[in-house]
Design a protein around this ligand. Structure first.
Ligand code: SAM
Length: 275
């Protein structure tokens, strides 16, 4: 017989031995998922026995996490903006900073004044931005673009499960290719922005498991943002906005790129950049 508490200790020990950071937190998530208990029930039901199937699941998942695989890929889902998104190696794991990006876009009343603003999510991955925007805003219709068919398939699956399908158009494209000039009210993007040297130094669970297509952006980390800024300058309608997630140190360089495309200049078609 193995109790919840014993499983928790054994999982914690295995992950410490494998040098996983925050081993205890990972162990709690794994035992919760294997047993079907939530975090508070874990404390109350510590003496309960874990069944054979739960122990088998826990053993398999612990091995994968111990070998470096991200918890979210092992469990197959993650929470984003209060909703559960399927997540696997076809796309980047949604991050909390991207929830902040969604929050900022949703709070910008100027975008949503229009009855049906044309919004594009560039590099949709799991679909977390596009799906959140349409589920949080009744006016939102989003065109979600990715160059990866695998990511688009996963995003579609998430939209179907979360009931967001009818207001999202999916498009496989290279950034804004094919978008007519002056046609979009807002572009939202969490593009790849990791430089070659940063990529090599990333934590192994990111570098070795998450798609490089979602991370890598050339020698300076700006190769995708640079093209996006150029194309956005053409695709946005006057007064349209560009919201881009960028790396911590990239603010000044990205502002220069955007300024060169006419963003921030009210006298030139009132385009502004958001980041
Ligand atoms: C950093 S991930 C963001 C995923 C998701 N939006 C999120 O915030 O979790 C970047 C995404 O951009 C896609 N991507 C990379 N280069 C692209 C390109 N040239 N055109 C379209 N999508 C691209 C990748 O496949 C990946 O899904």
């Amino acid at each position: 017989m193995t109790t919840v508490n014993e499983s928790l200790s054994a999982t914690d020990r295995a992950l410490i031995e494998a040098h996983r950071e925050e081993a205890r937190v990972l162990a709690e998530w794994l035992v919760c998922a294997a047993s079907g208990l939530n975090r508070s029930e874990l404390l109350i039901h510590g003496d309960c026995e874990l069944g054979f199937a739960a122990l088998a699941r826990l053993g398999e998942w612990t091995k994968r996490v111990a070998s470096g695989e991200p918890l979210q890929y092992v469990l197959g889902s993650t929470s984003f903006f209060g909703r559960e998104f399927l997540c696997d190696r076809r796309a980047l794991i949604p991050r909390p900073e991207t929830e902040e990006l969604c929050d900022r876009v949703l709070s910008d009343s100027a975008i949503w004044r229009d009855a049906a603003p044309s919004v594009m999510d560039v590099g949709t991955g799991t679909g977390c931005i596009a799906i959140t925007l349409v589920l949080e805003h009744p006016n939102a219709r989003v065109i979600a673009v990715d160059c990866s068919v695998e990511a688009l398939n996963l995003a579609r699956e998430n939209a179907r499960r979360l009931g967001a399908e009818s207001r999202i158009e999916w498009r496989r494209a290279d950034l804004l290719a094919g978008v007519p000039p002056n046609s979009l009210c807002a572009i939202v993007s969490n593009p790849p922005y990791v430089s070659e040297s940063e990529l090599a130094a990333l934590a192994p669970e990111v570098r070795d498991y998450e798609p490089h297509l979602a991370l890598a952006a050339g020698a300076d980390g700006l190769s995708v943002i640079r093209r996006l800024a150029q194309q956005a300058g053409v695709a946005l309608a006057p007064g349209g906005k560009l919201w881009v997630e960028i790396g911590n140190e990239q603010g000044p360089a990205v502002c220069d790129l955007l300024r060169a495309q006419g963003f921030f200049r009210r006298d030139r078609a009132s385009r502004f950049g958001g980041a």
